[in-house]
Design a protein around this ligand. Sequence first.
Ligand SMILES: Cc1cc2nc3c(=O)[nH]c(=O)nc-3n(C[C@H](O)[C@H](O)[C@H](O)COP(=O)(O)OP(=O)(O)OC[C@H]3O[C@@H](n4cnc5c(N)ncnc54)[C@H](O)[C@@H]3O)c2cc1C
Length: 479
Amino acid sequence: MRADPADHRDGTVAVIGGGVSGLVAARDLARAGARVVLVEEGDRLGGRVRGETVDGVAVDIGAEAFATRGGAVAALLAELGLADEIVRPAPLGSWVVTGTGAVPLPAAGAIGIPAAPLSRDAVRALGPVGALRAAAEPMLPRHLGRGGSLAELVRARLGPRVLARLVRPVVLGVHSADPSDMTVADVPGLAAALERSGSLLAAGRELRDSRAAAGGAVAGLRGGMGALVAALAAELDRAGVVVRTGVAAGRLEAERDGRGRRVWAVTGARGEPLVRADAVILAVSEAAARRLLGAPPAAPSGRVEVVALVVDDPRLDSAPRGTGALVAESASGIAAKALTHATAKWPDRARLFGPGRHLIRLSYGRLGSAPATGGLGDEAALRLAVRDASRILGIELGEASVRHMIRREWEAGNARQGDPAAGDALEAPPGVVFAGDWVSGTGLASVIPGARAAAEEAARTTIDSDGATVPHREGAQQR
Ligand SMILES: Cc1cc2nc3c(=O)[nH]c(=O)nc-3n(C[C@H](O)[C@H](O)[C@H](O)COP(=O)(O)OP(=O)(O)OC[C@H]3O[C@@H](n4cnc5c(N)ncnc54)[C@H](O)[C@@H]3O)c2cc1C
């Protein structure tokens, strides 16, 4: 089924972006009875959730897990019939590589704030002086360190070692941004928790299990997160959603239809009409949303690159760094910011590859700086990745043991740009709803509930817009 661009039918919602946010929003809208047209510029759906097949095994090259907090992802997976496919990572823990070596990452609250600074693992990571400094934090004046960057807050309250060895590596790993470039407001829920307790240690613990925090317990899908995208795409197909891949939306213009009602005209990159809709969900990055709405560009974002290696080396069967490791800046000579030992983390994947064969994912780059692998040819990237993996894992790996390498660059940085007080934050015009991690926070546990809320808002907007309504389809399931 193809949309007739010139045609505007009541109750049409355009969804721009076919990542998980767009797919989830489109599904909910279709179930509520809307006519949905989804436009994705890439050749396939899923956005930053992307599975590739190596040796017949599905390998995640984007998101590989979801945080279990809040239960929103598990609820969606159950609706999609994937509840039995949820797998837990092996309970091996992860490590942090610092200037003084590799140590297990201590149990942490939000953004790597140690849950118990005097625990054995925390003392090992921070040293006795660093651990005592952090443990004294609740006795500091409530307002110490407030008002500056996230890095200044952590340094002032918990000391430089917590910042350098725990918070910076965790924040770089999760947000692809340096805490010096972030404020407490960029970590959902942290400012409010800090306000309530007056202590950063207590705020970190409070957020650990809360809906808003990044990090914490995670789960995955047997066969990789690509299964979520496949299940969503199949539902859209069954629901009659018009899905157009390989088509970039270029511009959104408000118009009046023949009856004088406001509709949104979505045109393609060359100005060709794509769809006219009562409401539009922009499930794209903020930079793309600004382009579509003709708003001034946001601050430049960075790039991250994932380099996945399939390696034959039985020494890795012992999972020398648990499920993987984060790299602190002080660990000189390592360009990667994190390594996931996927076959140690996901036993189902290890079984499929068989003993002695391992999947290792390295990630490079952060907001505001190009990845060290950027611009490198495959040979040089392989050399760098093998060198970094050897240093992180503490095992000298040979380039000859690498059976496959997959590289993929992604846009980094999803903190919302602009300051509402200064009037340069991007505001959604009536009938347009934003979705994605720049709106609801990084990761699937945040973007999925965000996309569902966006779908509800778009449905409401459509009903409210000058008389146009979302028709209620017979038998459509309302949430
Ligand atoms: C390397 C990496 C690892 C990650 N690991 C995890 C993880 O383990 N767990 C986790 O929860 N999260 C993880 N994340 C974050 C998670 O992937 C994202 O939060 C989530 O996938 C965002 O989904 P989205 O649909 O909002 O955005 P995206 O997936 O970015 O989708 C946006 C889509 O819009 C399309 N688009 C853009 N402009 C246009 C246009 N003009 N017209 C049409 N289409 C357009 C893009 O092609 C893209 O497909 C990771 C991210 C990366 C990069």
